[in-house]
Design a protein around this ligand. Structure first.
Ligand code: NDP
Length: 341
C-alpha cells in the first residue's frame, strides 16, 4: 500500500499557553494494518480544550500525550484498507486518532457514522461528544426543568452553543450566556435564541449576570470556572444546581478560585462535576431527540471549519485563548471527503 501520512506531534510540554514550537508536523510511513485493523483516511478532526490537559505529564481520566508521538482526538474519515470483515473499505467511521492524515485503528474501536442522519461533521459537533456533553450536563447532571433560568459560560463555543439551544428546546424560561466579544454576544441573542448574553472579559461579571437574570439562576452550566463561577454562586437561587463541565480559565495559567464558597452551604447549592464518557448508555436517547431537532431546524449546528491539517495547531491555540473569531465547534478539514484516497 505504501501510504505516506502527515501527523502532528507534541515535541515539548507547554508551560502556560501552548506555543507553536511545542507542536510539529512530520511526514511518516503508514504502517500496514494487522489482522483486525483498518486504515482510515481522516477527513475531519475535532479541536477540544481537554487536549491541553493531555499535554501535561499528569494522571487524569485520559492518559497524557507522549512526546514525539502523534497527538490524538476525535476524527471522521473513510476506511481505505481493511483487515476486518466487520468494517469494509468505504465505511465512514469516527475514531480517536485525529491529528494525522491516515490512522491505523483496531476495527473494534471505530464507530460507523450514519450520514443519512446529518452531514458527517455533525458527528464531531452537535450529534457527537460536544452536543452530548451539553445534553448530559443540562439534563442528567443539573436536572434542568422547563420554566427554569440557566446561565451558560463559554456560550458561543461548541458545548455552550449546544447547551443554550437545548435548554430552550426543553422549555427553559430564560437562557443567559457569556462570551468573549460583543459580536458573539449579539450572535447568541439574535441567531441562537439566548434571552440575554454578555461579555466576560470587561467590567463587573457578577453585575452583568444579575442584570441579565434579575430573578436569579436555577442552573449554572460551567465551562470556565474562576471569576464566572464566583459570579454564578452569587446569583444562584437557593437549591440551585451547577453542572461542572469544564474550567477552561484554569487550563493554561493559575486563575482565582471563587471567594464566596460559603454560599454553597447557606444556599444549599449542589455542584457536580461530570465526564461525558461515563454517560455513554444515554447516547441513543440523546441522538433520537437531537437528530430530528437538527433535521427540522429547531437546533443549529454551529461550526467553524479550518482547512488544512497544517493549520490545526494554530486553531487549537486560538480556541484556548478565547475572545477570538471562532464560534461553535472548531473542526479541521484534513481532506475533502469526496476525493479518492
Ligand atoms: P469551546 O468551543 O467552548 O472553546 C473554548 C472557549 O472557551 C473559547 O472559545 C473561549 O470562548 C472560552 N474561553 C477560553 N479561555 C477563557 C477564559 N479564560 N475565560 C472565559 N472563557 C474562556 O470548547 P468546548 O465547547 O469544546 O468546551 C467547553 C468546556 O467544556 C471546556 O471547559 C471543556 O474542557 C469542557 N468539556 C467537558 C467535557 C466533559 O465531559 N466534562 C466534554 C467536553 C468539553 P470566547 O471566545 O467566548 O472567549
Amino acid at each position: 500500500m505504501a501510504l505516506r501520512s502527515r501527523e502532528i506531534r507534541l515535541v515539548r510540554r507547554p508551560s502556560g499557553f501552548p506555543a507553536p514550537e511545542d507542536i510539529t508536523l512530520v511526514e511518516t510511513d503508514v504502517a500496514e494494518p494487522r489482522d483486525g485493523e483498518v486504515v482510515v483516511r481522516n477527513d475531519l478532526m475535532s479541536i477540544d480544550p481537554y487536549m491541553r490537559g493531555r499535554m501535561n505529564d499528569v494522571k487524569s481520566y485520559l492518559p497524557p500525550f507522549q512526546l514525539d508521538a502523534a497527538m490524538e482526538g476525535h476524527a471522521i474519515g473513510r476506511v481505505v484498507a481493511s483487515r476486518s470483515a466487520h468494517v469494509p473499505i468505504g465505511t465512514t467511521v469516527r475514531h480517536a486518532l485525529g491529528w494525522r492524515d491516515y490512522a491505523v485503528v483496531p476495527a473494534k474501536v471505530v464507530e460507523a457514522v450514519d450520514s443519512s442522519l446529518a452531514p458527517e461533521s455533525a458527528f464531531l459537533s452537535i450529534l457527537g461528544t460536544t452536543g452530548f456533553t451539553a445534553w448530559v450536563g443540562l439534563f442528567e447532571v443539573a436536572g434542568l426543568k422547563a420554566g427554569e433560568t440557566v446561565f451558560i459560560s463559554a456560550a458561543s463555543g461548541a458545548v455552550g452553543s449546544a447547551a443554550g439551544q437545548l435548554a430552550k428546546l426543553h422549555g427553559a424560561a430564560r437562557v443567559v450566556g457569556s462570551t468573549g466579544s460583543d459580536s458573539k454576544a449579539e450572535y447568541l441573542r439574535t441567531t441562537l435564541g439566548f434571552d440575554d448574553a454578555f461579555t466576560y472579559n470587561s467590567g463587573d461579571v457578577e453585575a452583568k449576570l444579575r442584570a441579565a437574570a434579575p430573578e436569579g439562576i436555577d442552573v449554572y452550566f460551567d465551562n470556565v470556572g474562576g471569576v464566572q463561577l464566583e459570579a454564578a454562586l452569587a446569583v444562584l437561587k437557593p437549591f440551585g444546581r451547577v453542572a461542572e463541565c469544564g474550567m477552561i480559565s484554569h487550563y493554561n495559567e493559575p486563575a482565582p478560585g471563587p471567594r464566596n464558597m460559603p454560599l454553597i452551604v447557606g444556599k444549599r447549592l449542589r455542584l457536580q462535576g461530570f465526564i461525558v464518557l461515563d454517560h455513554q448508555k444515554s447516547y441513543p436517547a440523546f441522538l433520537s431527540e437531537v437528530a430530528p431537532a437538527l433535521r427540522d431546524g429547531r437546533i443549529t449546528d454551529v461550526q467553524t471549519i479550518i482547512d488544512g491539517l497544517e493549520n490545526a495547531p494554530q486553531a487549537f491555540i486560538d480556541m484556548l485563548r478565547g475572545g477570538g473569531k471562532h464560534v461553535g465547534k472548531v473542526i479541521v478539514r484534513i481532506a475533502d471527503a469526496s476525493s479518492a484516497a
